[in-house]
Structure formats: structure tokens, C-alpha cells
Design a protein around this ligand. Sequence first.
Ligand SMILES: C[S@@+](CC[C@H](N)C(=O)[O-])C[C@H]1O[C@@H](n2cnc3c(N)ncnc32)[C@H](O)[C@@H]1O
Length: 267
Amino acid sequence: MNHKACVYLVGAGPGDPDLLTVKALRLLQTVDVVVYDRLVGEEILAQIAPGVKQVYVGKQTGHHVLSQDEINHQLVMLVKSGRSVVRLKGGDPFVFGRGSEEAEYLARQDIPFEVVPGITAASACSTYAGIPLTHRGLARSVEFITGHCRNDEPLSLDWSSLARPDKTLVIYMGLANIDEIQSGLINAGLAVDTPVAIIENGATRQQRRHITDLAGMQQSVQQYEFKAPVMFIIGKVVEFAAILDWYETAEDEYRFTQQGSYNKFAR
Ligand SMILES: C[S@@+](CC[C@H](N)C(=O)[O-])C[C@H]1O[C@@H](n2cnc3c(N)ncnc32)[C@H](O)[C@@H]1O
């Protein structure tokens, strides 16, 4: 298939190739170049057709392989040289993925682009942990929050609007600031026994899931040595994990139970 010279900003989802969109998969097999990030795993990269050039521009807080300016410049140069490019990003490009910044740059440079949504970590992690993000009578709204600010500045979140018992909070990139998040919510009045799920590598074969409460959140992170990528889900809906977990095998559950309080809310 011949594509026009263009950037496709594509969401790769959480890592399982079965959770790629059909459009994303088709593009990975038919464009000239794929430019990808650190959060895009091997199994997704294995879907790229052999003749397609792969360029790694991964970013890790504080350790950029290429700066954002260099990435933007590279995308422009590739399109100007007549290539069709997939700019592949973990999850959804428009959810804490800086996809909008890249799209804005391309738009200002008059470079054609399209955006292909992906399954964001909030959806993937909650679903694969057996947690509905909303539930009639329990959670009327859900809020996606970044737990990390540019240049490690303190979080300036409106804690009182977050600390509501009928809301689900989904916290991306919260590991480094977990103390501040925990105390911000408790000081704003959210009950200390509000259930919390900590999910590492959600929706992948390496998934680790731990259920605790607001009072125990920070201690659990330390005790079980959670490492990025980690998602926190806070709210009453987390209790459903005890009965709706369809993903982790019985063997996995045994392993977690051996480690300690696998699920404080188990029935
Ligand atoms: C820079 S954000 C990118 C989010 C991405 N654009 C999305 O829509 O999912 C990276 C953060 O997403 C969360 N995340 C991404 N994939 C995850 C996974 N498989 N399990 C747990 N958290 C994940 C973590 O909080 C991680 O620090």
C-alpha cells in the first residue's frame, strides 16, 4: 500500500499486540518509517513489517535519547524527504503522551498528519485488574491525573476537588510523588480506608496488581518495590477487583498471596 508523505501519530496501547487497533497494525506494516518511544515494547515492535525502517527516540525522565525539538525536526525531515511515518507512542498519543505537542508542531510547519487513538493505560490497567472506572451509584466521574510535573516541580493539584468519595482517580506517573499524593488527598478529607489499586505493567504478562487503601498506599509501594510503569486507581470501584478479576491466573494469585496483603478487600 502506498501512503502519502505524512506523519501518523499512532497509539500503541498498553503493550499487548492484540490491543492494537486494526488501523495501527495496518500502518505498522505499510509505512516507510516507524519512530518509537521507550514505552513501546518488543511485542508491538515485532508487528512492524521487515522492510520498514525503525528509529528509536525513547525518553525517560531526565534521560532523553533525542530532545523533543530533535524528534520534531526529525519527523519534519522524514516527511519532506517523501516518507510516510508512524510516530508510535505508548497508550494513546493524546493522553499524557505529548502527541498534541508534536501534532501542534507539525501543523505549524504545514506537515500533514493524522492521529490514531490507542487504548490508554487507564482503560487497560483498570480492565485487566477487574476494576470498572465508573459504576452506577458508586462512581459518577473519573479523573485522569498526572502525578509528575515538568522539571520535578511540586504538584499543584486541586486536592479538594479530587477528594470526593463518588469519584474515581486514575494517577499516571505518580510513583515519585506518592507521599505528596497520599497526604494531599488525606488532608483534603478523602477517607483513609478508600480502596487503592497499584498496577505495574498493567495488561501485560508482567502485570503486578496490589490492592490496599489510601492509608497504606505509600507503604505498599515501598514494601513491594513497585517500578514504573505504575498506575494508581483510587476509589470505591477498586473493591470490584476482588470479584471481577478475570485476567490473573490462580497461580499468580497464589504468588501474590504469599507476598503479603494481596487484596485487603477480598471476600
Ligand atoms: C508518559 S505517560 C504515557 C501515557 C500513555 N500515553 C497512555 O495513554 O497510556 C506514562 C505513564 O503511563 C502509565 N502507564 C503506561 N503504561 C502502563 C502500564 N502498562 N501499566 C501501568 N501504568 C502504565 C504509567 O503511569 C506511566 O508512568
